[in-house]
Design a binder for this molecule. Sequence first.
Ligand SMILES: *[C@@H]1O[C@H](CO)[C@@H](O)[C@H](O)[C@H]1NC(C)=O
Length: 214
Amino acid sequence: MDNSLSKMLMSLLAVFGLFVTVQSTAGRFERSINRPFGSVLRVHNGMRWGSWGLKEMCPNDMYAAGFSLKVAGLWESLLVGDNTALNGIRLHCIDTSTSSSGPYEDYATVQSDTGSWGKWTDIKWCSGGFLTSFQLKVEPYQGGWDDTAANNIRFNCSGNAETLQGSGMSWGKWGDWSEMCQGRGICGIETMVEAPQGVGDDTALNDVHLFCCD
Ligand SMILES: *[C@@H]1O[C@H](CO)[C@@H](O)[C@H](O)[C@H]1NC(C)=O
């Protein structure tokens, strides 16, 4: 093939590839503000820097079957000179009428507050069912050293007794599991995120509440 033609084809492919990637890692951002929920899942090892963000609920009749994380990696932390580890959590919600199993292509995304650092990781999907409980990995207070607070999260799925572990960072310890959802599954999220501290020590995401719907 002529060289310039093949270059053009390559860049077209690159642009198309980028489009597909952006589409497939975010879904459509759509949320329901006032969807009623049955219970709230909490854990006890979250840290307390920051404030609770807005509650975001999956659209009506949709439940979370997957999640992705916003994570500041080692390289970024080195460049910034401050490690924040976990910065955000997205729930990817599917319709109850969906008959296939994960990974899904048609979904809505909700996320509450997120920190300013890191990149979104790939989505982890339940092979069947919905997210029903979670466990948080949190680094305790480091004294005068660099704090990171929450580092990673795990979810259990209702379908095939699966546990999904996020691609977060590894500092800290796993806490106890939350309770299991009453009702069908997780349908909303609220995160506690510390605002940027300027020259001070940033921690970004500190804690999360997950909402369950019938
Ligand atoms: C989640 O699954 C793990 C096994 O992978 C189990 O040990 C844990 O108790 C489960 N959590 C809940 C809340 O059911």
